[in-house]
Each structure stands twice: as structure tokens, then as C-alpha cells.
Design a protein around this ligand. Structure first.
Ligand code: AMP
Length: 395
């Protein structure tokens, strides 16, 4: 178990907090402030405990150079609005300089300061020792609350933790609790639903979950590599020819371990990858020539939703079809609704496309936990240690 802000003394301390303020912006205006509001509970808790709070984040990809377009100044303004407190914006092209040091030194308990975009410095993503020390020198304790970058060893997510007491904020605590309990201590039956475009992106997840889940449900484009490997026709569906042996091996391993691995028994197809294409349903696993499997079919939906209905733990990563097109959203929607309807189960949605799908169908509130970090949650499901979590102090 990792220490959290609750486990340390904050009164009179300066805390430097890695947040995820990588918000969407259009012409300098923040178009969605969800990530900023999500960070408020940790920030407000620390202020109440008597800490002075120095916030830091990356925004976009300025590629290691200062670039006004990616300045965090609009985030400072938004934070002022949301907290009702002044926020000192430490504008510096090099993130930490003498002026920033002086501002940090003068910061009093209850006050908030925000550093400039960490990725104005190439040293950030290189996990540079000196830059990590420079950041650490501003504060007495380090708090990481940015799950979205926890799978990266950067100066602000990993390096800095060598020089200060290091704990998590509430957001990372929540991610670890729900992802951790689901993967490592699941109530059974434990059903994992995997989808998305490619098998090659999900091999490590499937291999890890083969040791943990009772049932693995495969949907999306990746299903067709499995179906082809099993001798079915897949038409123009996404299929990774070089992964057919792997698909057979994964199925053999599932059998050996007594894990049910479910594949689509029918599909909804399109004659091209487009919103306005002609559509057809297949009778069985085979996709006719000239057609592309773009969603699971009604028989598959029934089998998959039944499996979800009886589960006590469900993890979902990757859509079951091309849910961005209305004609191919039914499978993903049915999976999302089955998760939402299973009130007995712990339901965890890995970030990225599945989180977008849950949001599109208005079901976010019915899910136990929707992860905020696409890449980080995928690596967690792969059984990898996240550097930004590993660097934190143990309880
Ligand atoms: P990923 O980025 O690997 O999680 O894949 C997500 C993408 O997979 C989404 O944009 C879906 O549109 C796409 N996808 C899902 N099912 C299919 C399919 N049957 N054929 C092609 N793409 C798909």
C-alpha cells in the first residue's frame, strides 16, 4: 500500500503536486475542465490541512521547448475561478528559475501557485536528475495525483520522488483501489471484456488476465484475428495475419487454465469503413467476401451480456465495435448497459475509448470506477509496475 496525503503531516509544509491539467483547449480557452475539477479534492484537502500548494502539470506536446500556445496560464485562471482563491502563476520558460524559487519560498500556508508547463523542458520526459532536484527544491513533500502519466518515468512523476517524502493524492489512491482490487483480489466470477482494433495492442493484457479472470470476452476488430485463426472467413475485417499463431496459443492457454474465452458468433458488417456504408448481419462467425465485421451481432450480444449479468467483478477495456458510427454502436452500447445494470458487481472501465463510450451512452454514473488514464490503466491491466506509483513511499 502506498502512502497518501492522509498519511503525512501537511501543516506548515510546502507540497509540490503533480496534477493532470492536460485539458483540451481551443484558441487559449479550456473546452473541458473535468481534469481540473477532478484535482480539487486533493488540493482543497491539503490547503485545509495548512499546506502551501505548488501545482505542476504538462499540457499538450510542446516538445521540450517553451511555446506560449501550451502555456498553463489559462489553467491558473480556471483554478482561481473554481477554488475562489488567488493562484500565483509562476510564468517561466524554464519552469524553475530564481524568480520561481523566490515565489515558492514566499508562499504561505493556504496559498496556491502553479508552475509553467513541465514539457517546456526536454529534461522532464528524460527524467533528468538535475531537473528532478530543481522541482524538489521548491517544496518539503511531493504528491502525485496524475494517474494519466503514472506509467511514464518523468522528472515530475518519478525522479522527484527520490528527493522528497512522496505520497499519492486522492485520484491515484482511487485508481489503485479499484483497478487493484479488481485485478488482484476480484470477487468471482471475474469477467474481462476486451475490444478495440488490434490484438497486438492487447496481448500483454490478455496474457496477464488469463491468470486472473474466469471469463475473457473478445470483441472489436481484434476478434477477427481469432476467428481467422480458427478457420473462419473474415472478409475485409481487420485481421493481423502475423498474429494467427498467437491467437491460437492464447486460446490454448485459456483452455489449459480453465478460463472461458468468448468470441463473436455473429457480426454486423459494413461494405466499407464509413458512417454511410451498406450493412448486413452474418449468420455465423463467417464474414462474407467484400464485407467488414464492424460490430458484434445480436446472438453475440446475448451471450456476452448474459456473461456480464452473472459477474461479480467486470473490467472493460476497448469497444466491441466501431461505436463512433451509429450503425455499429449496438454491441458496445449493450456491453455498457450490461455493466451499468449489474449493480452487484464492481465494474471498472479502463480509460480511453471505453470511457468515451460509457460517456457517450450517459452511463458513467452507473459504473463503480471509470479510469482517467487510458495508457496507465492498460499497463496496470498488463500487470506492469507503474513508475509513478512505484516511486511513492510505502505505508
Ligand atoms: P483501440 O484504440 O485499440 O482501443 O481501439 C479503439 C478503436 O477500435 C475504436 O475507435 C473503434 O472504432 C475501433 N474498432 C472497434 N471495433 C472495430 C472493428 N470491428 N473494426 C475496426 N475497428 C474497430
Amino acid at each position: 500500500m502506498k502512502k497518501t496525503v492522509r498519511d503525512i503531516e501537511l501543516k506548515g509544509k510546502k507540497a509540490i503536486v503533480r496534477c493532470d491539467f492536460n485539458v483540451p483547449m481551443k484558441e487559449g480557452v479550456i473546452t473541458d475542465d473535468n481534469r481540473i475539477t477532478a484535482a480539487l479534492p486533493t488540493i482543497e484537502y491539503m490547503l485545509e490541512q495548512g499546506a502551501a500548494v505548488i501545482l505542476m502539470s504538462h499540457l499538450g506536446r510542446p516538445k521540450g521547448k517553451p511555446n506560449k500556445e501550451f502555456s498553463l496560464e489559462p489553467v491558473a485562471k480556471k483554478l482561481e475561478e473554481l477554488t475562489g482563491k488567488p493562484v500565483i502563476f509562476a510564468a517561466s520558460d524554464v519552469v524553475v528559475d530564481d524568480d520561481v524559487r523566490a515565489k515558492a519560498a514566499a508562499l504561505k500556508p493556504g496559498e496556491i501557485m502553479l508552475l509553467e508547463n513541465l514539457r517546456f523542458r526536454a529534461e522532464e520526459e528524460k527524467n533528468d536528475e538535475q531537473f528532478s532536484k530543481d522541482l524538489a527544491s521548491l517544496a518539503d513533500v511531493y504528491v502525485n495525483d496524475a494517474f494519466g502519466t503514472a506509467h511514464r518515468a518523468h522528472a515530475s512523476t518519478a525522479g522527484i520522488a527520490s528527493y522528497l517524502p512522496a505520497v499519492s493524492g486522492f485520484l491515484i489512491e482511487k485508481e489503485l483501489k479499484f483497478l487493484g482490487e479488481a485485478v488482484d483480489d476480484p470477487k468471482r466470477p471475474f469477467v474481462a471484456i476486451l475490444g478495440g482494433s488490434k490484438v497486438s495492442d492487447k496481448i500483454a493484457v490478455i496474457e496477464n488476465l488469463l491468470n486472473k479472470a474466469d471469463t475473457i470476452i473478445i470483441g472489436g476488430g481484434m476478434a477477427y484475428t481469432f476467428l481467422r485463426a480458427n478457420g473462419f472467413k473474415t472478409g475485409n475485417s481487420l485481421c493481423e495475419e502475423d498474429r494467427l499463431d498467437l491467437a491460437r496459443e492464447l486460446q490454448a492457454k485459456a483452455k489449459e487454465k480453465g478460463v472461458k474465452l468468448l468470441l463473436p458468433v455473429d457480426s454486423k458488417c459494413g461494405d466499407k469503413f464509413a458512417e454511410d456504408c451498406e450493412t448486413c448481419f452474418t449468420e455465423d462467425e463467417n464474414v462474407p467476401d467484400g464485407w467488414m465485421g464492424m460490430d458484434i451481432g445480436p446472438k453475440t450480444i446475448e451471450i456476452y451480456t448474459n456473461a456480464i449479468k452473472d459477474a461479480k467483478t467486470v473490467i472493460w477495456n476497448g469497444p466491441s465495435g466501431v461505436f463512433e458510427f451509429a450503425a455499429f454502436e449496438d454491441g458496445t452500447k449493450a456491453v455498457a448497459e450490461a455493466l451499468a445494470a449489474n449493480e452487484e458487481a464492481i465494474t471498472v472501465v479502463g480509460g480511453g475509448d471505453s470511457a468515451a463510450a460509457i460517456k457517450k451512452f450517459g452511463l458513467t454514473d452507473k459504473i463503480t470506477h471509470v479510469s482517467t488514464g487510458g495508457g496507465a490503466s492498460l499497463e496496470y491491466l498488463e500487470g506492469k509496475i507503474l513508475p509513478g506509483v512505484a516511486a511513492l513511499n510505502d505505508k
